[in-house]
Design a protein. Structure first.
Length: 420
């Protein structure tokens, strides 16, 4: 364990103090029937804090900053989700948060060795292909969800971490060029472009265009990492041409978007408050009612609106806790994903992987928050770690683990069998 014990204890105290302050606010100003509800919530949060502090010590890491920020954000979301419409422990969200923490360590262990990740790149394509087949065969007619009793699974969410790994590259890969006619190209790049096109077609077929900008954001980061690697020979014309192509593709997509997308693009939510603009109008009203400091934990009314705990969770938090606190939660997530950018990873593969993960988090948050505030059409995507949901929480946990791995990489050569 490389972490300084003094800094470790200070970070533990900070996390506990933050959660204790929130729980004290719930006790003093919350809407609960009995004090037992608050005690159960507090016990669950504090137990998860201490459990994670112990688990962190079991892994050899050069930095635990992301680990502390992750438990800080996840237990904040447990408190927030447990107060919507009245204080009570949201057991389902509590369990998904624990699964997300476990997934982060899985992502950390699997993504530490960048050489091993590069060797296994073909398996990412295979995994994405298997998930696509599952979506097309098991989710029903043009859908993204698999319903198993009361549980719903969204396999398309699990495509995102594999897609990030497929987009990540090393300098050595990009220097391995082959000549076709008068051009020098990298074959692996064309495989990625084809994979991206197939994913876009799948999203269109399944009528889930709300998640499409997330995949595009990951691809754009991967694309520029592939043409802008150190000592790469490229010109400004290449960058300008790529930007123009992306702009034209976006305009074409808007022009030929399906009818339901066109309706969202041109809906006046205030003239259609009972139809297409119902959720957004309610969300804006809730944000205005909450003001800067909110109505109090459990006193919100937005919990009566569909998808209040995931698609419009930013507005739900703003109503009960205030816009200032909702922005602080978003800021905490931004700090977590900024850590690898402030302290760059030691390998180019980890750097490009980190760029894709950051693109995922930023696009998800932007789509949810701007959609709730009617700055863009409503997409229905979630805020990582804050919104309720199993598939999205697992995906976000894996992505956080990839960020941890970029801060504590391994550089040992992958073991191979000797030829007979």
């Amino acid at each position: 364990m490389y972490v300084n014990i003094f800094l470790y204890l200070i970070s533990c105290i900070f996390v506990l103090a933050t959660h204790s302050a929130m729980l004290l606010n719930v006790y003093l100003n919350g809407n609960y029937e009995t004090i037992t509800n608050v005690i159960i919530l507090a016990a669950a949060v504090i137990i998860l804090d201490f459990t994670w502090f112990i688990v962190m010590r079991m892994f050899r890491q050069r930095s635990c900053t992301i680990d502390f920020l992750l438990i800080l954000i996840l237990n904040m979301s447990v408190i927030l989700q447990s107060c919507f419409g009245g204080v009570h422990l949201s057991a389902k969200h509590y369990i998904t948060c624990m699964v997300s923490l476990a997934a982060s360590k899985v992502g950390f262990v699997l993504c530490k060795n960048h050489k091993q990740l590069q060797i296994q790149k073909k398996y990412y394509y295979i995994a994405i292909g298997i998930l696509m087949v599952i979506i097309l065969t098991l989710t029903g007619s043009r859908s993204m969800w698999i319903d198993i009793g009361s549980i719903s699974i969204q396999p398309s969410e699990l495509i995102k971490p594999f897609f990030v790994l497929a987009c990540a590259t090393s300098v050595a890969e990009q220097q391995n060029k082959r000549k076709i006619g008068c051009f020098f190209v990298v074959y692996e790049n064309f495989a990625l472009y084809g994979l991206t096109l197939v994913i876009c077609l799948l999203q269109w077929w399944c009528r889930d265009l709300g998640s499409l900008p997330t995949f595009v954001g990951i691809f754009v980061c991967g694309f520029f990492a592939r043409i802008c690697y150190p000592k790469a020979k490229f010109s400004r014309k290449t960058l300008i041409t790529a930007g123009v192509i992306l702009l034209i593709a976006a305009l074409i997509a808007l022009r030929f978007a399906p009818d339901y997308v066109q309706e969202r693009l041109h809906t006046d939510i205030w003239n259609d408050k009972t139809g297409g603009g119902y959720q957004q109008s309610k969300a804006l009203i809730a944000i205005a009612d909450g003001g800067w400091f909110g109505k109090g934990a459990g006193y919100g009314n937005l919990c009566e609106v569909f998808a209040y705990e995931n698609d419009i969770v930013f507005a739900t938090i703003s109503e009960e806790w205030g816009l200032l606190f909702a922005l602080m939660v978003v800021f905490a997530i931004l700090i977590m994903i900024s850590i690898p950018l402030i302290t760059p990873p030691c390998s180019y593969y980890h750097a490009t992987m980190t760029a894709g993960v950051c693109a995922y988090f930023i696009m998800q948050m932007a789509l949810n928050i701007f959609g709730s505030c009617n700055l863009i059409p409503f997409t229905g995507v979630t805020i990582p770690f804050i919104s309720a949901g199993g598939s999205s929480m697992i995906t976000s946990g894996l992505m956080a683990g990839m960020l941890m791995a970029s801060q504590s990489p391994e550089f040992s050569n992958p073991t191979r069998r000797r030829p007979l």
